[in-house]
Design a protein around this ligand. Structure first.
Ligand SMILES: O=C([O-])CC(=O)C(=O)O
Ligand SMILES: [Mg+2]
Length: 602
């Protein structure tokens, strides 16, 4: 590709300095060759060593590992991302197991709590973390959205995906206001690392609608608007206006709703799911990932209990709890042909007032009504133990954000009731998990089938030395692949069937070795391969439904849907290859190179 830098409309003689200093997408630091430094007029800005990315990575890892707290590591990695994108993603992809907990759950939770104190130190001037939109921006939303662009900007690299929050329910930490920006940023980093979405084509957004968090309101350093949250009369029109402006500027943008308070999360999903290219990660993404882990758990116990006889108890009835419960219904309905009304009876919800029933005497939040029981013969069960004794669940799923509530006696009771109790403490971050893996192992005599939202360490049986690997049922297994598949197929909406396809593909992605280890999810180190399979399954489903609009996706799948439905065979493999060919990688795909901007493309 020609590199006619001097002919470029962007570059003046000083522009090389700009390039190195201002574009974190282009800057490659010490791996810039001497010749290139000359071309860019940046020779004196660096010491003379010209290094490989491997060496740069080594240095960065030494620095990273020398930091004593995870928050410092988070800040170091944010700085790296905001100065040298390529090196950052090389490290994230190569060291996924070490880095994910630092840029995502659980450390991102700490970073969000501290966001207003650390934000100015995460990036050099001019490099934004994400796009902030506040109520007072309403008249100029479209212009503000247009103005948020990577430097240098290339018209052909418009954003493909946004993750958008209003900070009102960040993980299990509650209302953090604009401090929630860490979440869209963290999620989109995983879109790049786990599914190969080009980082320039991601758009993190935080809506500032005020905050009800007293700590923020009283913190002089809080960076958001220091007002109570606006009411629904302002909230809904504002979200409408944002979505409209986003689609005016970027018509094909996929919208991922994230960490909105429960009521709003459900209402927004209801409002947009049938007319807008969007999904809700906490409701649908978490639901899909748990469904997938549940399918594999069911296989592990199928000699003891028929798949259709499982009894699922949900502790926590917020957006994630009800979202997961609804998604798990798909297991009974789609895999086992059960009527919805019958499938629904396999689910019991518990909230802060006890078992959710129709005759409890309180006004149930809208999203809880669907699962409210009416077969309790007037009895109300208040404590979790009472509910467990009444329901006799085969699976206990926690989405309550109450750390430690699955106490020793709860786990022991589950282990009395079941040969292999299924216990999923899913609240995030780890301090909010209903129990740890170690506790679940000890109190179930090592019989538990376990998945948590935030990863826990492996557990070694003290007597035998046998090592057990916990499942991590985090939505990071689903959303990157689901988003990638949707971007490549271009359906106008994300349907339940596409999400179910993502979920089954994840469940089926385990290798024989992983199955032999009784894992519920594939190893995180294989996430890129797994995301490619999930994306391919989503494409197949979108074509099957008649929703896919991308000509290439249609060409690859149309007429072969029968063959593709088992996710095997030569056509399936070529579809997965096609997906992989569209995944950005910091090394093999050299898009982040000035030739991309200054070469033949302009
Ligand atoms: O971010 C995570 O780890 C999972 C998630 O969506 C949440 O807890 O809200
Ligand atoms: Mg979330």
């Amino acid at each position: 590709m020609p590199n006619s830098i001097t002919n470029s409309k962007f570059l003046s003689s000083e522009a090389g300095v700009d390039l190195l200093a201002r574009s974190h997408f282009l800057n490659q630091g010490t791996s810039t060759t001497t010749a290139r430094r000359d071309e860019l007029h940046t020779r004196g800005l660096l010491p003379c060593a010209v290094e490989t990315m491997g060496l740069q990575k080594k240095r960065a890892l030494v620095q990273l590992r020398s930091k004593s707290s995870n928050l410092e590591k988070y800040m170091f990695l944010a700085w790296l991302r905001n100065t040298n994108v390529k090196l950052f993603y090389r490290i994230v992809i190569d060291e996924l197991e070490e880095i994910t907990p630092l840029i995502y759950t659980p450390t991102v939770g700490t970073a969000c709590l501290e966001y207003s104190h650390i934000a100015p130190f995460l990036a050099p001037p001019g490099v934004p973390d994400g796009l902030f939109l506040s109520l007072s921006d309403l008249p100029s939303l479209t212009q503000i959205i247009r103005d948020y662009r990577p430097f240098p900007f290339d018209e052909s690299l418009t954003p493909q995906i946004t993750v958008i929050t209003d900070g009102s329910r960040i993980l299990g930490l509650g209302d953090l206001g604009v401090n929630g920006m860490g979440i869209p940023v963290g999620k989109l980093q995983l879109y790049t690392a786990a599914a190969g979405i080009d980082p320039r084509r991601t758009l993190p957004i935080t809506l500032d609608i005020g905050t009800n968090n007293e700590k923020n309101l009283n913190d002089e350093l809080y960076l958001g608007s220091k007002k109570k949250r606006a009411g629904d009369d302002e909230f809904y029109p504002f979200v409408d206006a944002v979505i409209k402006s986003l689609h005016d500027v970027y018509p094909n943008l996929l919208i991922q709703f994230e960490d909105f308070s429960s009521e709003h999360a459900f209402d927004l999903l209801e409002k947009y799911r049938d007319n807008t290219f969007c999904f809700n990660d906490d409701i649908q993404g978490t639901g899909a990932v748990i469904l997938s882990g549940f399918m594999n758990a069911v296989r592990l116990v199928e000699n003891d209990i028929l798949p259709t006889e499982h009894r699922l108890l949900f502790f926590g009835a917020g957006s994630a709890g009800v979202g997961v419960a609804k998604q798990l219904l798909d297991f009974f309905i789609r895999e086992h042909d059960m009527e919805e009304e019958i499938a629904k009876k396999r689910v019991w919800l518990v909230d802060s007032k006890g078992l959710v029933t129709t005759d409890r005497g309180d006004k149930l939040a809208k999203h809880k009504v669907y699962f409210a029981r009416n077969d309790n013969a007037g009895q109300q069960y208040k404590s979790l133990m009472d509910v467990i004794n009444y329901v006799k669940p085969t699976a206990l799923i926690g989405l309550s954000s109450q750390g430690g509530v699955f106490s020793a006696d709860i786990i022991e009771r589950m282990a009395e009731l079941n040969k292999r109790p299924i216990i999923f403490p899913l609240s995030n971050p780890s301090v909010n998990a209903e129990c740890t893996f170690e506790q679940a192992m000890i109190h179930s005599n090592n019989r538990v089938i376990f998945a948590s939202g935030t990863g826990f360490p492996r557990y070694t049986e003290p007597q035998t030395g046998k090592v057990h690997v916990p499942g991590q049922g985090n939505n990071m297994y689903i959303f990157p692949g689901l988003g990638l598949g949707a971007i490549l197929a271009r359906p106008p909406i994300i349907t339940d069937r596409q999400i179910f396809a993502a979920s089954s593909a994840l469940a089926r992605s385990l290798t024989d070795e992983e199955r032999a280890q009784e894992l519920l999810y594939p190893s995180i180190t294989r996430i890129r391969a797994v995301s490619a399979e999930i994306a391919a399954a989503v494409i197949v489903e979108a074509v099957r439904e008649g929703f896919a609009r991308d000509p290439e996706a249609l060409k690859l799948c149309r007429g072969h849907l029968n063959e593709l439905k088992n996710l095997k065979g030569p056509r399936w493999h070529s579809l997965v290859k096609y997906v992989q060919g569209h995944m950005w990688d910091p090394s093999i795909n050299d898009l982040i190179d000035e030739s991309y901007y200054f070469g033949s493309r302009i």
